[in-house]
Structure formats: C-alpha cells, structure tokens
Design a binder for this molecule. Sequence first.
Ligand SMILES: Nc1ncnc2c1ncn2[C@@H]1O[C@H](COP(=O)(O)OP(=O)(O)OP(=O)(O)O)[C@@H](O)[C@H]1O
Ligand SMILES: [Mg+2]
Length: 346
Amino acid sequence: MKNGKDLRSKKISRLLELYPFLNAFFEDNLIDIEGKADLTISELLSTIDEEELEDKALDVEKLTESISDYIDQMVEFLGESENNNVYSLTILPGRDKSGSDEKYDPIVINKSEIISIVGPTGSGKSRLLADIEWTAQEDTPTMRKILINDELPDKKWRFSSSNKLVAQLSQNMNFVMDLTVREFLELHAKSRMVEEEQFVIDKIINEANKLAGEKFDPDTPVTSLSGGQSRALMIADTAILSSSPIVLIDEIENAGIDRKKALHLLVGEEKIVLMATHDPLLALMGDKRIVINNGGIKKLINTSDKEREILIDLEGMDQIIQGMRKKLRYGDVLSSEDLRKENKNA
Ligand SMILES: Nc1ncnc2c1ncn2[C@@H]1O[C@H](COP(=O)(O)OP(=O)(O)OP(=O)(O)O)[C@@H](O)[C@H]1O
Ligand SMILES: [Mg+2]
C-alpha cells in the first residue's frame, strides 16, 4: 500500500484533486460524498449511520486500505497507458510521383481531429494512409516522415501487435479464414484481452447489423458475408474492440452501408482519424482536408463555416438519394410523385 501513509489526514476534496478517478471509486461503492468534500475519510464515515456502515462492511481501516489499493492500481494502469498516449501526428513533406519535393508546411494533426483526404483516383490517398500506418521514415515511395508527439516514433509501434498505434479499415478486404462471425470476434476479443467478452461480441454484431442492410447471424461463416456486411463488421469491430489512438479509414462510402453512422461509430473523442474519401459529405465532415494530386500533398484546407452550411444542404440531397435507393432496393418503381415527396421531407 504505497499511498496509504497520509490518506487519512487529507480532505476528500484534496484526494479528488490528486486522484480524480476516485470519484468512480466512491460511486462504485455507493458512498455519497456530495457536500462532504471538506471531510477526511474518517470524518466522512462518521456521517454515515451505524447500520449502513455495517451493511456495507465499512470501517476506516478497510476503506483507507481499499482506496489506497485502488489508487495504486489506477496509477499503475494510467502510467502504462500514458506511454501509449498519442496527442499529435505530424506529416513531413516528401516527394510526389514525379519526384518533385512536396511544398506544404508540416501537417500536425491533434487528438480528436478528423482529417479527410481527397484527390482523384490513383492520386495517392491510400499511399498516404499507408505511410502513416508504417510511420514512414523516408523509407516509402513518398519519402515522407511521420512524427508521433513531435518525435520520431518509437519502433514499438511498428512491431508490437498488442500495442497498435493504428487501427485501419482498408479499401480492399477479404476474409480468408474459416470461422463464423462469433468465432472470429471471440478470437479477436481474446487477443485484445477484453473483459465481458460475450457482451462486447454481441455489441459488435448488433452495431454491425445497424450499419448493414440485411442482418446477419452470429453463426454465419465470415466468408459468406456480403461485401457490405463484412465492411460493417470490420467497422464495428474496429470501433468497439480497438484501443488504437489513430484510426485510418480508406473509403467507407462504397459498401452500401450507412456511412454517417459508420463514421460516428468510429470516431472516438480521444482519437486521431484520417479518412480517404471520394464522398463530398464525408470530406466535409472532417475538420480539415488534405488535397492530394500526382502522389503529392498539395494543400491543407480547413472546413469553413460556409462549407458546413453547404454540408447541411448536401445532407438533404443525400437523404433524397438514400430514400430513392431504399425504394429501389426493396423493389419499388419510382414515380415523380416520390421525388416530390422526398424533396419535401428533406
Ligand atoms: N509520392 C508518390 N511516389 C511514388 N508513388 C506514389 C506516390 N504516391 C502514390 N504513389 C503510388 O501511386 C499508386 C496509386 O496511389 P493510391 O493507391 O494511393 O491512390 P488512391 O488515391 O488511393 O486512389 P483510389 O481513389 O483509386 O483509391 C500507388 O501504387 C502508390 O503507391
Ligand atoms: Mg485508394
């Protein structure tokens, strides 16, 4: 009990300042500390009536010890994850397909930012994502350099499988293994050492089915999933199982899944997200966009408020198209009446 020594003399408010996570401890143990922040642990206990103390098996000795153990564990845990804490990603210029130097200022992407990558087919969007995945150090065709937290990245990012820097949804993805959806997810959950495995697996299947059109059963072999269904499964899997601080997405638009839902599912608050896209809606959902041409980064554009207004209009138009698509998918014949109605609704 490393922290046990002077816990007793400190006020609750001070303890919370030092260890904000203790709020969760009190909550979990149903100890109400509201309005009692000025008390010490033993003073706090003296405000609780005898019977309740007995019910909860609380006494000063035990409580101090549990708090101390909790702090030790949390500090150890947080300390460990601190090593994996990525707050920025920097892309330094390399060269384009013609071998000319790229002329942009270093691009710094911070935690919680979504960056889209736009450019014609074959221009190098997937290549840029691959540079980031590999934390390129002038050792890819683009000769770009990637920094993590302003520094040359630690080699551990490249070679450790449990400590992955990047979760990637690639453009082309085929399952080759002979497993059912449930078995696949079990394997994955085990390798990530998640607790409540079944709960997490059910959640992934549930979320995936919300993205896909026709629902699939957990006992479906992954090889029998449709393109859109496997994409949906991988998106839900990445969103829910992956703890990687950086998420790379290569086109979610073409799978016929609900792309806005998919993006929301993937974008964790604490993450850095880069997404290559040909879809104007997704492109404008980014905080910024990188424009690529002939293998080189040409510009970095901030999504302006004006563009965000336009995005709202585009979403309206998109709803019309989605509505029509749904009708076609379910065998309806379209009429101009339908179009008028959709237009009104949008
Ligand atoms: N700076 C570069 N130097 C050399 N080769 C490059 C460079 N950038 C991209 N390439 C190569 O160009 C090819 C096309 O790039 P990429 O696959 O990234 O295009 P894309 O923008 O993702 O296209 P799509 O929209 O069709 O997915 C790849 O073989 C890639 O390795
Ligand atoms: Mg591509």
